[in-house]
Design a protein around this ligand. Structure first.
Ligand code: ADP
Ligand code: ZN
Length: 232
């Protein structure tokens, strides 16, 4: 067996999977972790203990794929359970705070393969720390796209449908939807305060009561809605 830090020891790595809500980050994370398990590698899986409404002992995708996981209250707690692991999976990385960057680096330095999934932007389109920092130090990056629920184009934004203050607000499809850049901007403009007239033609998700857009073009299709399960 090689000594820690010897050239024979496998070098660790960080993989980051980012995108909007519903873009398939969790599905991709689960796919990679399952393959590692099939290869009989020692896998440990974590998620933040922030959302009390859903399974605390599993990561669950909007398409209901699931894999057992451990809920942690912060990034440092991961270090306590990761000693034996060869592969470490972390979902909802944006909720684990700035320490996540140092924690992932430490684990990778010990030769582990670290895979982190998380939102790259918040509901206002701002980079969602610490995911940008993780992207900077990662060996491998995957950016996933959802389907815009208004026009059907590739979507990289998470649109908050109701006016709520705060970066983290509990909600699923009742509160959030995937939108492309254009439909996101359109929605934000029409829901600006004091703009009641334009509110009347607010971009309505495809298949909604006002299906069809402001431009008069018919809506193409309604994206499938996943189970209500997330915190944002
Ligand atoms: P994320 O982790 O990025 O939020 P998940 O992996 O949990 O995404 O869920 C992805 C799944 O969500 C898709 O395979 C699809 O079944 C479902 N889904 C619901 N709404 C959409 C949408 N607007 N675009 C794409 N997939 C969607
Ligand atoms: Zn769109």
């Amino acid at each position: 067996m090689s000594e820690p830090g010897s050239p024979l020891e496998r070098p660790g790595s960080i993989e980051v999977i980012v995108g909007s809500m519903y873009s398939g980050k969790t599905e991709e994370l689960i796919r990679r972790l399952r393959r590692a398990q099939i290869a009989r590698q020692k896998v440990e899986i974590f998620k933040p203990a922030i959302d009390q409404r859903y399974a605390q002992d599993a990561i669950v995708s909007h398409s209901d794929l699931r894999i057992p996981s451990r809920a942690v209250k912060d990034a440092r707690e991961i270090l306590r359970y990761a000693h034996e692991a060869e592969v470490i999976g972390i979902d909802e990385g944006q909720f684990l705070g700035p320490d996540l960057v140092q924690v992932c680096n430490r684990l990778a330095r010990r030769g582990k393969r670290v895979i982190v999934a998380g939102l790259d932007q918040d509901y206002a389109g701002r980079p969602f720390e610490p995911m940008p920092q993780l992207l900077a130090i990662a060996e491998y990056i995957t950016k996933t796209l959802a389907i815009c629920v208004v026009c059907g184009s590739p979507a990289n934004r998470t649109y908050r449908k109701l006016r709520r203050s705060g970066r983290v607000v509990v909600g699923g499809t009742d509160l959030y939807e995937a939108r492309c850049r254009r439909c996101y901007e359109l929605g934000r403009r029409v829901s600006a305060p004091g703009d009641a007239a334009r509110n009347a033609v607010a971009a309505t998700p495809i298949g909604g009561k006002n299906a069809g857009s402001k431009t008069g073009r018919p809506a193409r299709r309604r994206a499938r809605r996943g189970p209500r399960r997330r915190v944002r």
